[in-house]
Structure formats: C-alpha cells, structure tokens
Design a protein around this ligand. Structure first.
Ligand code: CP
Ligand code: NVA
Length: 345
C-alpha cells in the first residue's frame, strides 16, 4: 500500500532517488510536500497503523559528531518503515583516516539503499552524494541542518495559526541552524529576521541567494542587532547554542561577551507577539545540569546561556514537540526518496 496520503495535494511529487543535502536544492512545493507527508506519518504512528513500506531496504548512519535526536530520529523512522539500520560512530569507520570519502561512499552505496551523514564540512556530504549512487541525507554539517528545518516547519504549522508568519532568530545567526532557517523561511514565504551582533551574521553569498528566493515567495529577510526590532511582531522566537560542535573551546569567551545581550528571556518574549512560541533545535544550555554548562559556570559565572530556564520550560516553549517531529519528518524524507511502487509487495 502506498501512502497516498498527501492526497490533498493534486500533484504527487516524485522525489525518488534524490539526496537531501540542503534546502536550497528543494522547491517550495517539494518542501511543503515533505511536511504534509510527515504530518500523515505522524497520524499513522499515533493511530498505530503499520507503515513498513521500505521492508528489505537498508540505511547506514555515519556520525562524525555526537547526536541524540538526529540519530534516534533516523533509527526509529527507518525501523518503523521496516528498514535495516547500521550506525557508525566517529571511531568505527575507516572514512577519512584510512579510506577516502569517495571510496567509502562507493562501497557503502553498493551495500545500502541510503546513507545519512553528520559531520563537518558540507563538501563532504556533497562528495558522498556524488559517489554513492544512492540517496544521501545531511544529518548536520557546519553549514546546514536541513532535516531540522522540516521538523521546525511542521511544528510551526501545528502551533502558529497566522497566515503571515514572522520568525526571529537570536544569537549566532551564522551557524548551521540559522543558515538553514533563513533558507527555509525564504523558500516558504515566512519573514525571517536574524538578530545578533554584526560579526555573527550569515555569509553574504547565502544572504543574496535567500533574498533572491524571497523575491519569489514574498518573504522578508532582514538583519538587526536591536532586539526590539528583531522580536517585534514575531510569531516565533528561535535560538540555538552560542558555540556549535566542532568549534574550538577558545571561542567561548568572545561568544559569551557578544551574545549575552541576545539571550532569550522574559523580556525578549514580551517584545514578541503575545501568542509567540519559543523554539530551539536542542541540545540547549538553559541550566547547570550538563558538564559543559557547569564548566562554563566555573569559568565565566553564567548559569543560563542562550535561553533562560523559565522560558525553556514555559507554556510557549515547543522544544520537545520539535524534537518529536524530527522523527516524523525524517520518515517522510526516507519514504519520499526510497519508496518504489514497482518493488512493493
Ligand atoms: N537537534 C539536533 O540535531 O539534535 P542532536 O544533535 O541531538 O541530533
Ligand atoms: N548549531 C548546533 C546545532 C546542534 C543540533 C551545532 O552544530 O552544534
């Protein structure tokens, strides 16, 4: 049986065989199709309707950085779809150490139907996709985090009822999550404001691309260092960590100094719309319950970083819903790119 599902749409998108490396490669209609499909899979999961449409297929998950949500979302999504899953942690493959990216991709592509990669440069995931001969999914690079965005947009669709939406991202507006958020907003006609210090604004070339896309979609893409302007009329206040995986420990001091004013707290939420929601991709430093947060407290004396604990836990916060939606949306990507009616029994 085929999830036809996205039945409400006249056109069923054919994404079979496509990689999912960055949202710039996908059209507005394709992104919306994946979100609708994810919503359908979410219903099926809640209603306990079996959906193992990818029985007999296998995926390998390559992680060069740590993960809770992305790894578990891929594993559960793949298993619900009936797939076999292999997880390779940073130490247990030869890739990059004894074997080139190209050789690794070619070998894995002959054994698996799909490959997920989380790591450092975007070039690596693009190189894997070039050589694997099977769909490759970006589970986060230093530049982009596209699967996170599908979950975030599904969450926004569920939580925000306004026709025209404004998202304000506060903090390190040049990181992977902020870059991807700007792209997805530009594609979908959602207003996006990056609010932070000038030194942490996104790359100019990416901004130009997004502004061109926004001209078609009707989104407004803007940048400010003033919280009053950024948060004003926002339906969504979004933030992420001040230092991302792979960045040196030495950047903490400067980041804390320049990003402290952009912490999401009660004052920021009061500047946004009354019904605004708070979003964070997680993991988050909002208390002293982690080793890194304790170390930062010892070194710099701060107990909460990008968001205060009260906002993280308040009723406006949808962070755990976002996390759950990772699984439903990744399932949509796997299904859309791997399901083949001819092979199905
Ligand atoms: N949001 C996200 O990607 O979380 P993980 O790092 O736990 O995968
Ligand atoms: N910007 C963060 C996102 C984690 C999901 C990082 O790259 O560490």
């Amino acid at each position: 049986m085929h999830v036809d599902a996205v039945d409400k749409k006249e056109v069923i998108m054919d994404l079979k065989g496509r990689s999912f490396l960055k949202l710039l490669d996908y059209s507005k209609e394709e992104i919306e199709y994946l979100i609708d499909l994810a919503a359908r899979f979410k219903e099926m999961k809640k209603d306990r309707i079996r959906h193992d449409y990818l029985r007999g297929k296998n995926i390998v998950l390559l992680f060069e950085k740590t993960s809770t949500r992305t790894r578990c979302a891929f594993e559960v999504a793949a298993m619900d779809l009936g797939m076999g899953v292999t997880y390779l942690d940073p130490r247990s493959s030869q890739m990059g150490k004894k074997e080139s990216i190209e050789d690794t991709a070619r070998v894995l592509g002959l054994m698996y139907d799909a490959i997920e990669y989380r790591g450092f440069s975007q070039k690596i995931v693009e190189e894997i996709a070039l050589n694997a001969g099977v769909p490759v999914y970006n589970g986060l690079t230093d530049e982009f985090h596209p699967t996170q965005m599908l979950a975030d947009i599904l969450t926004i669709k569920e939580e925000v009822k306004d026709e025209h939406i404004k998202v304000c991202y506060l903090g390190d507006a040049a990181n992977n999550v902020a870059n991807s958020l700007m792209v997805v907003c530009a594609k979908l006609g959602i207003d996006y404001t990056a609010c932070g210090p000038a030194s942490l604004m996104p790359d100019r070339r990416l901004v130009e691309k997004c502004q061109n896309i926004a001209m078609q979609s009707g989104a407004r893409i803007s940048f400010t260092d003033k919280i009053e302007d950024g948060a004003d009329q926002a339906n969504v206040i979004y933030t992420d960590v001040w230092v991302s995986m792979g960045e040196p420990d030495s950047v903490w001091k400067e980041r804390i100094d320049i990003l402290r004013p952009y912490q999401v707290n009660e004052k920021v939420m009061r500047l946004a719309r009354e019904d605004a929601i708070f979003m964070h991709c997680l993991p988050s430093f909002h208390d002293l319950e982690t080793d890194i947060a304790k170390d930062i407290y010892k070194r710099f004396g701060i107990r909460e970083m990008e968001v205060t604990d009260d906002i993280f836990h308040c009723e406006k916060s949808v962070v755990y819903k976002q996390a759950e939606n990772r699984m439903h949306t990744i399932k949509a990507v796997l299904y859309a790119t791997l399901y083949d009616e001819r092979e199905a029994g």
